[in-house]
Design a protein around this ligand. Sequence first.
Ligand code: FEO
Length: 171
Amino acid sequence: MISKKVEEAIVNQIKNEEHSSRIYMAMASWCETKGYRGAADFLYKQSDEERMHMLKFIKYLNDRGGYAILSALEVPASKYKSLLDVFKHVMSHEEFITDSINKLYEVALKEKDYTTGSFLQWYINEQIEEESTVHGILDKMNLVGEDKAGMFHIDKELETMAAAKVVAPIA
Ligand code: FEO
C-alpha cells in the first residue's frame, strides 16, 4: 500500500502532467493559426505525450492501492509574441516539470518507497530527453534570429520531428 504522502505527491504530479498537456495543446493551436504547421504538429504530439505521462501515473497509483484523482487546472496562456517565445515557455515549463519530478522522487525516498523511486526513473530519463530536444530547437532558433526563411526551415524540421515522434501507449 502506498503512503499518503507519496499518494498526494503523485496526485500533484498528475495535475502537472495534465496541465502540461493542455499548455502544449494551447501552444499548438496558436502555432496553427500563425501558419507554423510543423510547430503545431510537434506541440500537438507533445500534448498527447503529456497525456500519456499523466495516464501512466494514474494507472501506477491505482495499481499500488492509491486513488488517482484529478484536480482543477489553470487556463493556459493563449497569446505569444513569436515562435521563439513559445519554445522559451516550453523550456521553462519542462524545467519546472523536471524539478517537480525530482521533488516527487525525494518524497518517495523519504518514505522508503523504493518501488515508486524505481518507477520514477523512467520520468527522470524522459525529462533529460525532453529538455535536450527543446534546447536543440532553441539553439537553432537563436541562430536564425529574425530571419523568416530560417524560421520557415525550422518549422519544416519540426514537422519532420513530429512525424517521427511515436507516442507510445502505456505498458
Ligand atoms: Fe511530462 Fe514533458 O513532462
